[in-house]
Design a protein around this ligand. Structure first.
Ligand code: PEP
Ligand code: MN
Length: 335
């Protein structure tokens, strides 16, 4: 971090500032020019409040040189992290497809979809039991009963399962869940993130509706700071002025995040577009731009789905997407 002092700052003012910085365990490199004095802050500057520093009367400007995320930063961990979910690897060249319904609705529905997506090439099964719905009058998920049905589908198919947590108090119920999803609406639920940081569970962390990549990485940092490094990031579109699509899929976030972090990045084209017919082209684009996987909503009868039917693929459509994605991946590998 570099702080430039205003012209005319007295020696004692500068000294006070330097003492304040040093008191926070940060070293200082002073460079006094003819017109300007520049202070270089050296060491772990994460505890320095950059806004507070910038607001001081004697400060002209403050620039952060290193990013505020440390554990997630590729600079300190150049190799890709490979997340291992019961032998199914994500990241470092390992690509996985997570598929299943938006929400678990009945024993028949989840087992039928689970079998179909497995046969079509999905390697992980998704399904929401606790649903974060915008309206309190909409279907909220089957909750504990839904989790039981998902665990049963896991037993039947052998597929690891991914499901969303909304309340840290529910963690004991997630004991046999392989991947715990933190949904877009909870990306900055810091108390939940801290709790998940104390576990060793694989966490699928979705980008918030209106969050920057840096904020996503800081949320990952919350989990990592607690000692849990098993994180998969998920780009699921952000809110923009556009209304034809449910969200705007920020595909540039994939290569950008992969430059900034060693964590795997997957793409959810279902929530990103809200339209089943856009899921295939966006899946292909995600595979082409370096994503480590996809998460796709599939329903055995999308028209009757209790949640997100418009963006859900039928098992047949899903099979077609998987085969096209595999072709794209083969081409990308050659490039
Ligand atoms: C979901 O994956 O079911 C979901 C609710 O997604 P998001 O949090 O991205 O809206
Ligand atoms: Mn959904």
């Amino acid at each position: 971090m570099i702080a430039v002092l205003k012209h005319g700052v007295s020696e004692s003012q500068a000294e006070n500032l330097i003492n304040w910085i040093k008191a926070q365990d940060v070293d200082v490199h002073l460079s006094e020019g003819q017109y300007q004095t520049v202070i270089g802050l050296i060491g772990d500057t994460t505890k320095i409040d950059i806004d507070l520093l910038a607001s001081l009367e004697i400060i002209e400007s403050v620039t952060r040189i290193s990013e505020p995320f440390k554990s997630a930063n590729r600079k300190f961990h150049p190799d890709d992290t490979v997340v291992d979910i019961n032998g199914i690897k994500v990241g470092g060249g390992n690509f996985q497809i997570i598929a299943g319904p938006c929400s678990i609705e009945s024993p028949e529905q989840i087992t039928e979809v689970a079998r179909a997506v497995k046969e079509a090439g999905a390697t992980l099964l998704r399904g929401g039991a606790f649903k974060p719905r915008t309206s309190p009058y909409d279907f909220q998920g089957l909750k504990g009963e839904g989790l039981e049905l998902l665990l049963h589908a896991k037993e039947q198919t052998g597929m690891p399962i991914v499901t969303e947590i909304m309340n840290a108090n529910h963690l004991p119920m997630f004991e046999h869940v392989d991947v715990i999803q933190v949904g877009a609406r909870n990306m900055q639920n810091f108390e939940l993130l801290k709790e998940l940081g104390r576990t060793k569970k694989v966490i699928l962390l979705k980008r918030g509706l209106a969050n920057t990549m840096k904020e996503l990485l800081m949320s990952a940092e919350y989990i990592m700071a607690g000692g849990n490094e098993n994180i998969i990031l998920c780009e699921r579109g952000v809110r923009t002025f556009e209304t034809y699509t449910r969200n705007t899929l920020d595909l540039a976030a994939v290569p950008m995040l992969k430059e900034l972090t060693h964590l795997p990045v997957v793409v959810d084209p279902s929530h990103a577009t809200g339209l089943s017919r856009l899921v295939k082209p966006m899946s292909l684009a995600a595979a082409a731009c370096g994503a480590d996987g996809l998460m796709i909503e599939v329903h055995n009868n999308p028209q009757k789905a209790l949640c997100d039917g418009a963006q859900s693929l039928t098992p047949e459509q899903f099979r077609d997407v998987v085969s096209a994605v595999n072709k794209i991946r083969a081409v990308v590998k050659e490039l």
